[in-house]
Design a protein around this ligand. Sequence first.
Ligand SMILES: Nc1ncnc2c1ncn2[C@@H]1O[C@H](COP(=O)(O)OP(=O)(O)OP(=O)(O)O)[C@@H](O)[C@H]1O
Length: 681
Amino acid sequence: MQPIHFLSRGPQENGAARSGLTGSPDFPDPPAPPRGTLRDRTRRALRTVRSSVRSLPRTLRLVWAAGPWLTLGLGVATVVTGLVPAATAYLVRLLVNTVVEALRLRDGGQPEQLDLQLLAWSPTMTPLQAIVVLSALQFCVFTLNSAASAVRNISQQLLQDRVTIIVQRRVMTHAGELDLAFFEDSRSYDLLREAQQETPARALTVIGSVFGLAQSLVTFASVGLLLFGLSPWVAVVTLLAPIPAFISDSRYGQQVFLVAMWASPLRRRMEYLVRTTTTDTYAKEVTLFRLTPYLVGRFDLFSRVFYRRQRQVVTRRYAAGTAWSLITTVAAALTFLYVAAGAVTGRVTLGDLMMFTSASASLQTAIQTLFQSLSSAYENNLYLDKLDELLAVRPTIAAPAEPRPLPDPVRGHIVFDRVTFTYPGAEEPALREVSLEVRAGRTVALVGPNGAGKSTVIKLLCRLYDPDSGRILLDGVDIREFDPVELRRVMTAAFQDLAAFQASVAENIGLGDIERIEDRDRIERSAHRAGATTLVEALPQGYDTVLGKWFGGQELSGGEWQKVALARAFMRDAPVLVLDEPTAALDARAEHDLFARLARLSEGRTALYVSHRFSTVRQADQIMVIDSGRLIEQGTHQELMGLGGTYASLFTLQASAYLDDDDATPLNGTSRSDDEAEARA
Ligand SMILES: Nc1ncnc2c1ncn2[C@@H]1O[C@H](COP(=O)(O)OP(=O)(O)OP(=O)(O)O)[C@@H](O)[C@H]1O
């Protein structure tokens, strides 16, 4: 996996306090962007502009991919609404000048050349007629503006939904290609959360800022031109006045983002606490142990720290913004004074003054929107970077350039050749120099104390991870030479921490071979092999019964879910069957029945299973005992009992739990094994 550079661990991630429940909510200041001199700030503001402008094509590509027609609609509406302020201001000028002329004529003045370029085609037009035409034009402009606003709102809203869908879809598809290791790393979890939750929520602001930028640019250019015609320096002052506010805002925009990233671990804890009090899996214990007040208390603790920080940044940002925008207000007042004075001395007409009033107000708004959009585009850009960062994470377990075709048929001969493996971030290897051989068609049981490395063997075999050293061979070929997708096609598995899909029984089983999800015969056969037929038949709608509470379905017991998951594993015609404690929740009879039939069920497949129940383990063709990441014993039940080692002691320990204490054989198992056997018994 590529290193994730940005996501520095928050303070809670360091040291001992990594628990989601305990630990200090100490939340030192996030890194503040350096204050620097005015020059530094200006440079930073320019960087913001450059970065925002550079990000535009990417954002536009995203929006375009979401809906080309909607984007076009939004584009046209943006240009139209962008031109409206200039058109309105210009019409106001013509209208006021015409009214002044009409009043002059009424008072007996001589007709003057009306400054009505628009009406030049009809020099004979009276002022009254001109007023009617201008009012009609004004009406057209307003109507056009309303229509354009409607188009803009519709396309913006729809585009927002489309962008959200597209981003979520991309994240889903990409997450499906990533390694298991990615999901087991808390930093990746943050990245995934940012990309998946923040980015779609940013869709509105992304679109808003891009098109807001475009609209204000159009207004800026058209109104700027009008003002320039009136007085160049008025235009320049009006255009430059909002820049200080922008420089201030670009600093805070960056800080808001930094705070959000810094608070990510904190928010993850808050989300976790919400989940513990609102999710069914926790409900029993939370109620029984009366944990809610404690959990809510923890939530309060984290949320206070989070909120305090947010409040600080948000207030500072907007207070500073308002203070700086005073400069803009002062400049606006001065220019207004100048133009008004010009109207009194006759340097400009009354129409010019009205046009200036209307135009400068629109220009101020346009420039502010322009700068805000730049800041916001910059901020959104940082969030979109998160999405890109996620999409750039490549699985380390990828197909080789020229994958080797799988043997046809796959026999299922498995060899671990001095395999050592350490989990990412772990200090000790989970497996050390493990060498083992499972001959094709055999049923092999992996046993050993908790944390011994049994599941790790299974994960490596399914190529969810790659070993640090050593090789894993399938039918004599290193599994890294195959395409992992092809490799997993020849394996089927059931795990203890099974996936309970909120779907019908048939679908839950059919997902084991997605191409045959409609094949009811096969689904029923798989259920039969897993010993789930009686269970399914007792359900109200049989195979069509929806399971799980999410969508109002029927809840199953742990063991019943396991039977369904087992049936799913049997759906696939895979030569290698892997069962990682899939029977821990089954009752003794169900498990016994399953393993008694396993050899037949596996139908010549290689079956590798992990179990802590020695009564079933003994039926395996071969038993491998793993302890502390090493293979320490292997053989049949008889051979291992004869050996009198760990297996024999664990077996005897478990058997003795069913007998009187007096009958129990003295043991020499490790203390971990003792705990485990006690728990299992
Ligand atoms: N995702 C992981 N990241 C880091 N360490 C892990 C991870 N999964 C397991 N380990 C560690 O690797 C070691 C072997 O774990 P493994 O799950 O293979 O044990 P196991 O024999 O299957 O145990 P159990 O009987 O409890 O299921 C343990 O010390 C465990 O803490």
